[in-house]
Design a protein around this ligand. Structure first.
Ligand SMILES: [Zn+2]
Length: 424
């Protein structure tokens, strides 16, 4: 006879609450589940293996849009833990651990991609316990945790209530535009109850608020010509400068916090040519979708005005005109996990169990996509400490990693539920 356990939240309640009305709820103590105890202790017994997997995964380059080699190694690692694993058409590795209720799915995810271009030296250097390499923490830590949690649950023979998908997804960084997570939410939307995203190291935060952002590209074009003989012809770079100065004078609120960045300019062919085009990439972010919309409008108005000013001040209108457009390179929708969500309760119970304190954060992560669709999601670090993310000096120190792994496992099982095997 099997029954469902409401174990995480109840079993980690402080002792003083035992006299409260909660006591009447059937609440087998955590210690009652030998499988769970065994999964939790698996981590501390296999720390060397976990470090080795992290180094091995990190040493397989995974530039944006080139995650396939790394994906196939993660696929093999998940398959070795008894999962049915596939790579979907977007490139995500999806390993399924069926639960008693296959109609309800919980995802544990870690992104495969790095920000580093092909050719970057990703050899891991070890000094003492510390490991250094581009991508070692973001997201070597998350990927190592993903395969370790799958392995720990497999060896401990944990039986689930809801089905868990262990996912290594593509396209989290930059212009990947969260395409891996978008495809996952699209595919599993009707059955997906929660997503736990493992990103980087640490245990000090839980991201429950999705920061909305947009990446835009301005393009201004004109006829182009010679700096001397065509002087007076409207100049796309002049127009961009005029428009950009208008835009950067836009007032943005401190609350809801709203930011913009002119990040990259490209255009022109030589110092003595009037350019025929110029491009500008702009990143805008806000705690409010409304403010984000206003800021995008301000950019459009500024560029329109800058182009108009340049045309009006051009000395010879017969020499052609300027055109402009703004393309959206990517959008990350906003969203927020409800304060009373079962997922946040599971995370808090896990924090309590491992004696950890974490603060709520707003950030731009894979969790943006489920949150924007009304699906519960959080993003957390996978333990240990790291630094220098997105730089060639990135490092990771695994000391204390077990706590992060236990926290992630307990959160996951708190939301998937486990089925106690009474036949033992
Ligand atoms: Zn990351």
């Amino acid at each position: 006879m099997k029954h469902l356990l409401l174990w995480v939240i109840l079993s980690t309640m402080p002792v003083r609450s035992l006299g409260s009305p909660h006591r009447s709820v059937p609440s087998p103590q955590l210690a009652d589940s030998a499988e769970l105890r065994s999964a939790l202790s698996w981590f501390s017994q296999n720390l060397a293996w976990i470090n080795d997997q992290q180094a091995r995964i990190t040493e397989i380059p995974a530039p944006p849009f080139q995650e396939a080699a790394r994906a196939s190694v993660v696929k093999a690692l998940l398959a070795a833990s008894g999962l049915e694993v596939q790579i979907d058409k977007t490139g995500n590795v999806v390993g399924e651990l069926p639960g008693a209720n296959a109609q309800e799915i919980v995802m544990l995810t870690a992104h495969l991609d790095t920000v580093f271009p092909p050719g970057t030296d990703v050899k891991v250097r070890r000094e003492g316990t510390r490991m250094s390499a581009p991508g070692i923490s973001d997201n070597g830590t998350g990927l190592a945790a993903l395969v370790s949690i799958a392995r720990a649950m497999h060896e401990a023979k944990i039986k689930l209530r809801r089905t868990i998908l262990f996912v290594a997804d593509v396209g989290e960084e930059g212009e990947g535009n969260l395409r891996g997570m978008r495809a996952l939410v699209e595919t599993y939307r009707s059955r997906l109850k929660a997503a736990v995203v493992l990103d980087g190291s640490g245990t000090d935060h839980v991201t429950t608020k999705a920061l909305a952002s947009r990446r835009l590209e301005v393009l201004i074009t004109g006829p182009g010509g010679h700096s001397w003989s065509d002087f007076g012809m409207p100049n796309p770079i002049n127009a961009l400068v005029r428009g950009s100065i208008r835009f950067i004078n836009t007032k943005v609120p401190a609350s809801p916090r709203t930011t913009f960045n002119l990040g990259q300019i490209e255009g022109g062919t030589s110092v003595n040519s009037i350019p025929y085009d110029v491009k500008l990439k702009v990143d805008i972010r806000s705690e409010s979708e409304d403010e984000l919309g206003k800021l995008e409008s301000a950019l459009r108005e500024s560029i329109a005005a800058g182009t108009r000013d340049e045309m009006e001040s051009s000395r010879d209108r017969s020499k052609g005109k300027l055109d402009w457009k703004i393309d959206v390179l990517g959008t990350r929708p906003g969203g927020e996990l409800a304060a009373n969500s079962p997922l946040l309760a599971a995370l808090r119970a896990a924090d309590n169990y491992v004696n950890n304190q974490s603060r709520i954060e707003r950030s731009s992560t894979d969790a943006n996509i489920p949150l924007a669709s009304g699906i519960d999601a959080i993003s957390i670090g996978a333990g240990g400490t790291g630094g220098g993310a997105h730089s060639l000096q990135e490092w990771y120190e695994p000391t204390g990693r077990e706590m992060g792994l236990k926290r992630a496992l307990l959160t996951l099982l708190g939301i998937s539920g486990i089925v106690e095997d009474k036949s033992k």
